[in-house]
Design a protein. Structure first.
Length: 313
């Protein structure tokens, strides 16, 4: 059985393909046509609508595939949700005609999905912002990248398709930089390091992800450094070089130091937390229109800071 390295998004809407050596040189539309039940004309239509990305960027149907290209296929919305703008409180750190930067609170789901059709960040964005990009369809307007429900911090939102494409390319080429703070269980010995694995869906629980032992799934790279050590915990900074689902949480578990409060991946919860102590504190990107390099920072949430303060006593 050939290893196509296909992974469905946890929301069961997006499919990923990683190009192997045997597929190099094929046209994008031909490759997808051979692996999809959709007709080639429908595939071309999806490409033209921006529903197919290669390494995070929109390409033409005739794009010639290269080894390890990552294709993201976003099918037409199977379920057309009636998304209602909701006047939910959100922290808009920055906004102009092209982008908005949000400091998301812990506990807020980014976009509607199974079991969460309202009270999401998207519902709030529809109320607070006059426009959002359409590339990710009706369920994810403006959403370029995501944070887990119980991860707080910064994410950028595209207000038009021009900005969306630029931001996706920046994330794909790693020119956009994303930094996170985390408190992890145990004392991390190395002052800094690189975690380089492949991440795939967990065989034990399809809602979770896991490091693959046979390099299936998608490549995942995380840089880390120790900020402060405590008797039983370590305050860390992580930098994402790729953006896989649950990447930092999975990588933290992989090195034997789960994120505190992350009960899904075996983290401790001795501080009566409502979720993991993981915060996207810094975002660096190039403005899609002006070309200016912008840096945004968000302070630690109060509950996170209080845990650190208690460990310093």
């Amino acid at each position: 059985m050939e290893n196509l390295q296909i992974q469905e998004d946890l929301d069961a809407e997006v499919i990923y393909y990683t190009i192997e050596a045997k597929d190099v040189g094929q046209r994008l539309d031909v490759y997808l046509g051979l692996r999809s039940q959709d007709s080639r004309s429908h595939i071309k239509n999806l490409i033209e609508k921006g529903k197919v990305l290669v390494n995070g960027a929109v390409k033409k149907a005739g794009y010639v595939l290269k080894e390890r290209d990552e294709i993201t296929l976003m099918p037409e919305e199977i379920r057309q949700l009636d998304l209602t703008p909701q006047n939910l409180p959100i922290d808009i750190v920055y906004e102009d005609d092209d982008i908005a930067v949000i400091n998301k609170a812990q506990g807020m789901v980014v976009h509607p999905a199974t079991g969460a059709y309202d009270n999401t960040l998207v519902n709030a964005l529809l109320y607070h912002l006059k426009s959002l990009s359409s590339i990710n369809g009706v369920v994810r307007p403006g959403i370029v990248h995501r944070l887990d429900k119980d991860t707080s911090g910064l994410l950028v939102v595209a207000k038009n398709d021009f900005a969306h494409i630029s931001l996706q390319e920046q994330i794909a080429t790693k020119s956009a930089k994303r930094y996170y703070y985390a408190l992890v269980d145990g004392v991390v010995k190395a002052d800094e390091g690189i975690i380089h694995t492949y991440i795939d869906r967990s065989a034990k629980d399809r809602k979770l992800m896991a490091v693959s032992r046979n390099n299936s799934g998608r490549e995942a790279i995380t840089l880390y450094k120790v900020i402060e050590r405590f008797a039983r915990y370590t305050f860390m900074e992580y930098e994402l070089k790729t953006g896989r689902t649950h990447q930092i949480r999975v990588h933290s578990k992989h090195i034997g130091h789960t994120v505190v409060g992350d009960m899904q991946y075996g983290g401790s919860n001795k501080f009566n937390l409502n979720g993991q102590l993981l915060h996207a504190h810094k975002l660096v990107l190039t403005h899609p229109r002006s070309g200016e390099v912008l840096t945004f920072e968000a302070p630690l949430p109060k509950y996170f800071q209080e845990v650190l303060d208690s460990l310093r006593v």
